[in-house]
Design a protein around this ligand. Sequence first.
Ligand code: FE2
Length: 211
Amino acid sequence: MSPVPSRVVGLFPTPVLHAERLLDPDLVAALVTRFADAASLANHQSERLSHTGTVSPDQDLQLSQVSALVGTRIAEFGELLFGERLPWLVKEMWFNVLEPGGHQALHNHANSFVSGVLYLTPSHPDSNTTFVRPLGQDAFVFRNTHAGSQTGPFNADKWVMPATGAGDLVLFPSGLLHEVPQNRGARRITLAFNAIPQRLDAWGYRIGFSG
Ligand SMILES: [Fe+2]
């Protein structure tokens, strides 16, 4: 034990929000029934992954219900990112169907500030959403990775979401890289979305977004 106390501060943390069971089981079941088989667009990276086209929440009663449920959480999350409670718009949603053996390649979401995933089925523990540290920003030229080294928040390359259940919501900054490792479980269905604030204001220089 060192005689002089010291403390370590984690600088510039990245927020990731997890709200458990935000959607009730009836709404989850209705969404799966209506949309799972409509996911007919093949993913470019994995033939065991398919998507629906983007769907606008204001054109569908159940999706607008979903949008209202996530809206408060997005506004809270956006306050962490921008320091102000702003009006937010869910600009697009789409469903993802990951069959056994499929994976979601590393990506982030362009033209958006906050993105989210609503889990409509449980995920196999090996197939949880995994967030990846941006490449090349603060990497050491030499790494110290071997059986005897410890992984912690300051040297980890990846952070794997704890278990998510059907109805759960996860929010993250849209630019954060993420992936889904190979699905070793049953069919995994999610509803993803992108959200933008109504406006941002940098000392009078304002930019507005509209749908
Ligand atoms: Fe994504």
